[in-house]
Design a binder for this molecule. Structure first.
Ligand code: GDP
Ligand code: MG
Length: 301
């Protein structure tokens, strides 16, 4: 398939020298940990900046961007290789249509991912949005229901449009932390992640500014309002998720065609009932019967 052709990662040369050095360092560290392929799945609602973020990471216009949400309906995998290292980034169409999750779009994504292992999930949304709602929760739930909630242990939240001035009275950091907290809460609720499951490690939230008007530092790197060069910072967070996480999520036939991976346990319920009936209830009944039969007659009888 054309979309799966692995090309030399020439886009990396488009980055300023400082970014390139940092990226090579980070990828080199992964290779030391025996990670030679990195597959990143990018998901989220339409128009939030998924495709733009993919292009920003590879440093070239690899996928189409649309201002008017006329996204392609198919996922695209961009594969780039560099000195034995392969980076795969899977851009997906938004999974929301008419105010709810479009199961068909989700199904197409799942089938596209068959036999691939997802190392990292980038859940993309905008920073400059002031509220989260039930739809966000549905999207998070749909991702968890499709790939198992473990995928969130490999997840990070990416907030685009990060070059903003917060509304009056709020500092940038306050605005960022409020928006992150609201989204993290939605992720916890939507994916039904219990606080104790997080084991102290929260899902990282990373800021991104894809616009060509993004401010730059003296090394010509795109920076956030707080001065951070965001491309190396995003890649660093991605490599941290890989280094700290367990195994990647293999999307096999069972995951795609089987029951909702989060509700697999429910299938066992009839077997548990049957087991209880035959091995517990029956046995007790037999014991009682034997007991009654063996009981010597009481004096009063
Ligand atoms: P997708 O539907 O999630 O893939 O979103 P796109 O990447 O196609 O972006 C939708 C629109 O938002 C396009 O007009 C992009 O130029 C714009 N856009 C995406 N990311 C950013 C960002 O970080 N800042 C700004 N200012 N615009 C962005
Ligand atoms: Mg897109």
């Amino acid at each position: 398939m054309a979309s799966q052709l692995i090309r030399e990662w020439t886009g990396i040369q488009q980055f300023p020298a400082a970014t390139q050095t940092r990226m090579l360092e980070l990828l080199g560290k992964l290779e030391q940990e025996d990670v030679s392929t990195l597959t990143i799945l990018v998901m989220g609602k339409g128009g939030v900046g998924k495709s733009s973020t993919v292009n920003s990471i590879v440093g070239e216009r690899a996928v189409a961007i649309s201002a008017f949400q006329m996204e392609g309906s198919r996922p695209v995998m961009v594969s780039r290789s560099l000195a034995g290292f392969t980076l795969n980034i899977i851009d997906t169409p938004g999974i929301v249509e008419g105010g709810c999750v479009n199961d068909q779009a989700l199904d197409i994504i799942k089938r596209f991912l068959l036999n691939k292992t997802i190392d990292v999930l980038l859940y993309v949304d905008r920073l400059d949005v002031y509220r989260v709602d039930n739809l966000d929760r549905q999207v998070v739930k749909a991702i968890a229901d499709s790939f198992g909630k473990e995928i969130w242990s490999r997840g990070l939240i990416v907030l685009t449009h990060a070059q903003l001035s917060p509304p009056d009275g709020l500092s940038y950091d306050d605005f960022f932390s409020r928006r992150s907290e609201a989204l993290l809460k939605v992720v916890r609720l939507g994916a039904r992640i219990k606080k104790q499951d997080m084991q102290g490690s929260s899902i990282p939230v990373v800021l991104v500014e894809n616009s060509g008007r993004c401010n730059k530092n003296e090394s010509n790197e795109k920076i956030l309002p707080n001065g951070t060069a965001w491309i190396p910072s995003l890649v660093k967070t991605i490599t941290d998720v890989v280094s700290n996480g367990g195994k990647g999520i293999l999307v096999d036939k069972k995951l795609i065609e089987g029951p909702n991976p989060n509700e697999r346990g429910k299938l066992l319920i009839p077997f548990i009932f049957a087991f209880q009936y035959f091995f517990v209830v029956k046995r007790i009944q037999r014991c009682i019967k034997d007991d009654v039969a063996n009981e010597s007659k009481a004096v009063w009888e």
